[in-house]
Design a protein around this ligand. Sequence first.
Ligand code: MN
Length: 202
Amino acid sequence: MFEQYKITYGFDALEPYMDAETVETHWGKHHVTYTTNFNKAVEDAGLTGKSVEEILGNLDAVADEAKRTALRNNGGGFYNHNLFFEELTPGGSKEPTGELADMINGTFGSFDELKEKMTALAIGQFGSGWAWLEKDAEGNLFVSKSGNQDNPISLGTGHTPILTIDVWEHAYYLKYKNLRPSYVEAIWNLINWDIVAAKYNS
Ligand code: MN
């Protein structure tokens, strides 16, 4: 059984950047549903015992289209939200340090330029989706965006996500309504760069 990432902060702990009702609904309802439905889809496809990375990275091996779609959407929803809720922390806002900071500077020019690039991808994603910071096996960094619950693993990039921004309307609509750019600007105040660095270094 796959288990949803358990948040260690209260629903209201991410205020004012992310409101309590959004966290409660997003983590407590949406993420719960993806987790429940992913577990069902894994059982239906006979993939019990595989890791979520193995499943999302080998969707082509599932011949049945309905089962493959259920794994792709619910497995992505499970995985993406685990990363999203783990990387947030009350009063985040610290900057990357160490090897990750060096790689960000070398790849994007500066931390601010990384934020600008990811912000533009998040705002530019048409409809529901995600923006990503990801690494390859050699530790090179990349940014991208994806639609629906797709991610760099299910898209077969060979990259590992280390940071993500959820731009589904359920992630921001209660507080920010149609103003996705305001939400994306605000979320940089909540990122726990220690977690991102740990994922980069692992
Ligand atoms: Mn979401």
